[in-house]
Design a protein. Structure first.
Length: 256
């Protein structure tokens, strides 16, 4: 097999691999002319990917953004920087039926035989947005619940600083809950041998304990001691790492 034939085979293999990638990929030269588009991009746009080759990359964005994208592309070429040639007020992809859909874009630059090339990867942002909306709605409903229940709720970060306190706890302590944020939450409670209730629960949560229980008393705004039964659980980030604790306390003074 000769060098030219081997190179053609390599290009075919690479094109085949790129075509199975679920994200849309387009390669454009310095003039903004599309030199390659994979089948996933064709699927997003609603046309055969081969029909995109030779077209201007600006055809992939809504008409109102053509000038902004062309200017961004020219600046990227002038600076020889991996700037986003599809940048604009909002990154959207124009489809063949006249719609535009939100996309997440990453761009890299490489050197082709005839000069610099921009390799643009486009991912349909609608599933991510839908998930964010669902999570955001769940978080909002959860916060509304926290702020309505007659239970004391206290969130601490890994250092023990208050990240959240609900109105019920603020009312018991007689303080503005905003003033508690950033304070050392482990020192909010007292009670002789029980004064470490939150501190111990927080430490155990950071060590991975699923849930702990302890009782401690607080001095309310009237100067009275009130006994709270606290349950503390760890708080995790998106990677599953423990980043703090959440304690929920029930006022059990009348039961003691």
């Amino acid at each position: 097999m000769g060098a030219a034939e081997a190179e053609a085979t390599d290009r075919s293999v690479i094109a085949g691999l790129v075509d199975v990638v679920p994200d849309g990929i387009v390669v454009a030269d310095e003039s903004g002319t599309i030199r390659f588009a994979n089948q996933a991009l064709g699927g997003l746009v609603g046309t055969d990917a081969r029909d995109l080759v030779g077209q201007s990359v600006e055809m992939l964005v809504p008409g109102t953004l053509h000038d902004a994208h062309a200017e961004a592309r020219r600046e990227a070429a002038a600076l020889d920087a991996p700037a986003n040639p599809m940048a604009g007020p909002e990154t959207r992809l124009q489809t063949s039926d006249g719609r535009s859909i939100p996309v997440d874009v990453t761009v890299s630059r490489t050197m082709g035989r005839s000069g610099p090339l921009a390799v643009i990867c486009l991912r349909d942002a609608r599933p991510r947005r839908q998930l964010e909306a669902a999570v955001g709605g769940s978080e909002r409903r959860l916060r509304e619940l926290y702020e309505a229940v007659p239970l004391a709720i206290l969130g601490l970060d890994s250092e023990g600083a208050v990240t959240y306190a609900n109105p019920f706890l603020g009312g018991l302590l007689g303080v503005n809950i905003g003033d508690l944020v950033g304070e050392d939450g482990r020192s909010l409670l007292h009670g002789g041998s029980r004064h470490e209730a939150i501190a111990d629960g927080h430490a155990e949560a950071l060590s991975g304990a699923s849930a702990t229980h302890a009782e401690a008393w607080i001095t309310d705004r009237g100067g009275r001691h009130r006994t709270l039964s606290w349950y503390t659980t760890p708080v995790h980030d998106d990677e599953g790492d423990v980043i703090g604790s959440l304690s929920i306390g029930e006022d059990v003074t009348a039961q003691r």
